[in-house]
Design a protein around this ligand. Structure first.
Ligand SMILES: NC(=O)c1ccc[n+]([C@@H]2O[C@H](COP(=O)([O-])OP(=O)(O)OC[C@H]3O[C@@H](n4cnc5c(N)ncnc54)[C@H](O)[C@@H]3O)[C@@H](O)[C@H]2O)c1
Length: 331
């Protein structure tokens, strides 16, 4: 059996696109040991297994029965997250699951209840919580450096052809760009600005040949009264250097892809505080944090409640699109 301080032996389920970054990150964190990879596509599992020198296991059940494996990293399309997590929790494994956590609040709450009953750790992967510039931006907000935060915005727009991909099949993805990119955006807001109280969402003009929204705008208000907006698209670039903008009474924080700035409204000067989005660093920080939590060195910075809430906000936003009105996220 494993001692709690042993490297965390982890199996990866789903060896597609995002798994490649996770695999590279795992290789840089000595406290995590990749034990096996699994994919329904034998060619993808074999390629990852060959590259990282681990077995390719074709059956998820075989992975879950392996007592040496302590943790599961779920990198399969969203419709499979719930079943995989349920099985993994029942097998006593810790779970890190890619976003969106589940396709419904009901499923997310079931996972919360099962993991609480089993005493297992379940975390949603949310890479932006592990981006240094986002962490710094949050500190500026919490310390009041830009005064009272009034307005905020998040922008995740870029051109990606989703025609024929699972991302645009609502049965697999749960929706379109709102759940796909929006799950990231909602968690960034909840982390940096605070819990989201109400939302009003709109689907934009559709330009791709898909049956889901390919552009969406989400207006929100937080429990603390901060108002803001999220723009999401697979079909346009907003051509702005920043993905998070925070406007306070004493200044502005701009979190950018290439650099991040804080602007002082008194001095009328800007200062660079970060060197932009470093994807691999974020994934390294995330998997290290997951291992720290398993080894009980720290508590999760993203608890199961955060995962459930992110699903709740997105689910409410879809309801807002169909009902065409502002809706409270809770109650
Ligand atoms: N954090 C990020 O930046 C980020 C980026 C892209 C995708 N994602 C998320 O990661 C997940 C995977 O997305 P992707 O783009 O890598 O998808 P993908 O299609 O590239 O890869 C998914 C893989 O899972 C395999 N698979 C499907 N069902 C399976 C099952 N039941 N058991 C084992 N393997 C199975 C597929 O064969 C495929 O190889 C999604 O939830 C997605 O939203 C996150």
């Amino acid at each position: 059996m494993n001692a709690s301080s042993d490297p965390v032996s982890l199996a990866l389920i789903g060896c597609g696109g995002i798994a490649q970054t996770h695999l590279e990150a795992i290789g840089r964190v000595p406290q995590v040991r990749l034990a096996a990879v699994c994919d329904t596509r034998a060619d993808l599992a074999a390629a990852a297994a060959g590259k990282y020198g681990v077995p390719a296991v074709s059956s998820v059940d075989a992975i879950l029965k392996d007592k040496e494996i302590r943790a599961i990293l779920v990198c399969v399309p969203p419709a499979h997250h719930f079943d995989l997590m349920k099985k993994a929790v029942a097998a006593g494994k810790s779970v890190l699951c890619e976003k969106p956590f589940t396709l419904s609040v009901k499923e997310a709450e079931t996972i919360r209840a099962l993991s609480a009953a089993a005493g297992t750790l379940v975390m949603m992967a949310s890479k932006f919580r592990f981006v240094q510039d986002v962490i710094e931006a949050r500190k500026f907000i919490q310390s009041g450096t830009i005064g009272d935060l009034i307005l905020s915005e998040v922008i995740f727009c870029s051109v990606v052809n989703m025609e024929g991909r699972w991302n645009s099949d609502a049965r697999v993805a749960g929706g379109g760009v709102l759940i796909d990119n929006g799950s990231h955006a909602v968690d960034v807001i909840r982390y940096v600005v605070g819990p989201i109280r109400s939302v009003y969402a709109q689907a934009g003009k559709r330009t791709q040949n898909v049956r889901v929204e390919d552009t969406a705008r989400l207006h929100f208000e937080t429990d603390g009264g901060v108002i803001g907006m999220v723009d999401l698209s697979w079909s346009l670039y907003k051509h702005t250097p920043n993905y998070v903008n925070l406007f306070g009474t004493k200044g502005t924080v701009e979190v950018g892809w290439a650099q991040s700035l804080i602007w002082d409204a008194g001095e009328k000067t800007s200062r660079v505080f970060g060197n932009g989005y470093k994807k691999l660093d974020a994934f390294v920080n995330q998997i290290r944090h997951f291992a720290d939590c398993i080894q009980k060195k720290t508590d999760p910075i993203l608890g199961i409640e955060d995962a459930v809430e992110s699903v709740r906000v997105i689910e409410t936003a879809y309801r807002s699109i169909s009902e065409k009105k502002w809706l409270k996220v809770r109650g």
